[in-house]
Design a protein around this ligand. Structure first.
Ligand code: TRP
Ligand code: SF4
Length: 369
């Protein structure tokens, strides 16, 4: 992220950007802060503050309230046969909107993976069938109500991508993405096709839950939707923005492409998992005495962040962890055993079980084109 106050924040959707100040992002990107009061029965992660901002989410809240048609769409690059916790959090948002009645789309960004990461299309498809699609089902999406598709096979998407490409100038593209590299141009317009194509039959509001790295795509899709309004009647898509998930050392967003310092899904080797969790940065004090006297600092503790945002959905248990921390009841090692390690193991056991079940389903599924 740019640190110079006078410069606009530039988020690179293909790189790593550290976000230090969400309120600044909200300002710079013309987002709105997330207002949980808009949603009648918010998800656990909404309540825990994982969504920090959005665009036109009130339109989605209204559609839910009035039971009007709307859609929710997300995509995944099949560049690795693993996802990280932040991706699981985005899937959780999709699940929420699906439960609220959204027509739900999940696309495999095999075109983008080929263009930006050099993963052959066929290989991307194979990885998605073996991993990403069953993983998304294991994370809670309803396979009967989710339209999965491959970018490379969806003609509506690629044709709409071409229509979209006519609506943006080179300078505008550069201002949004910081580059006009041909592979980025290809994948960005494909993504425009993804985001807008559910409206081809019937224009309707739609929500795209994303991590903040995808903000440039959202911005361009909204510009294009407005410019295509007279021809297609498109609504500008709404978006919800999730906070980054810290790396284990507290430093950074979890990247899909770095091997160290992060939790992934799955974590097959539980011994390794435990080792990683034991290394996670805490908000503990320097000495035992100080910890017992003053308590720990959960608000800067990665162990607490993971439990809060990913592993412990029961409010009572999370509150107990928090209280025990600030009252100095536990040392960090004890706290990790009692909460982080225990509930992370539960999370991963649950995932593995559901994943195996979902894998059997995927063989029998039909995919939309
Ligand atoms: N670009 C996304 C990523 O890096 C994948 C993606 C493709 C996507 N099309 C999308 C995400 C549409 C949301 C909506 O993972
Ligand atoms: Fe974090 Fe637990 Fe230590 Fe508190 S006691 S700082 S929550 S690890």
């Amino acid at each position: 992220m740019e640190k110079n106050e006078n410069q606009k924040v530039q988020v690179d959707p293909w790189g790593n950007t550290l976000v230090e100040d969400y309120s600044r992002l909200i300002r710079e990107f013309g987002m709105q802060a997330f207002d949980i009061k808009d949603f009648k029965n918010p998800s656990t992660q909404m309540k825990r503050g994982l969504i920090f901002g959005g665009q036109d989410l009130n339109i989605i809240a209204e559609a839910i309230k009035k039971k009007k048609k709307f859609y929710c769409l997300t995509g995944i690059m099949p560049s690795a046969q693993k996802i990280h916790l932040g991706t699981a959090a985005v899937v959780d948002n999709v699940k929420y909107f699906q439960e609220q009645g959204a027509e739900t789309y999940v696309l495999i960004a095999d075109v983008e993976s080929q263009a930006v990461r050099g993963v052959p299309i066929e290989e991307g498809k194979k990885r998605a069938m073996e991993f990403h699609i069953p993983a998304y089902i294991a994370l809670g999406l309803d396979p009967k109500k989710t339209k999965f598709y491959f970018q490379s096979e969806n003609k509506e998407v690629s044709n709409l991508a071409i229509v979209c490409s006519q609506k943006i100038t080179e300078n505008e593209f550069r201002a949004i993405y910081g580059s006009v590299h041909p592979s980025k141009v290809m994948s960005a317009f494909t993504q425009m096709g993804d985001i807008l194509h559910p409206q081809l039959k019937t224009p309707m509001p739609g929500v795209i839950p994303v991590g903040i790295d995808q903000a440039p795509h959202i911005r361009m899709s909204r510009d294009i939707a407005r410019r295509l309004k007279s021809d297609y009647g498109f609504f500008a898509p709404s978006a919800s923005y999730n906070k980054y998930t810290s790396a284990l050392d507290g430093s950074f967003k979890m990247s899909k492409n770095e091997a160290v310092g992060k939790l992934e899904i799955p974590e097959k080797d539980r011994g390794e998992l435990e080792k990683k969790l034991k290394k996670a940065l805490t908000g503990g004090r320097v000495t035992k005495e100080e910890q017992l006297a003053k308590g720990g600092q959960p608000d800067i503790c990665v162990a607490y962040e993971y439990c809060k945002n990913h592993f412990i959905s029961d409010d009572k248990i999370l509150d107990q962890m928090y209280q025990e921390c600030i009252s100095g009841k536990n040392l960090c090692g004890q706290c990790k055993e009692k909460y982080l390690i225990k509930y992370a193991n539960k999370f991963y056991d649950d995932f593995d079980k559901k994943f195996e079940k979902a894998k059997k389903l995927v063989g029998k599924m039909k995919f939309d084109e």
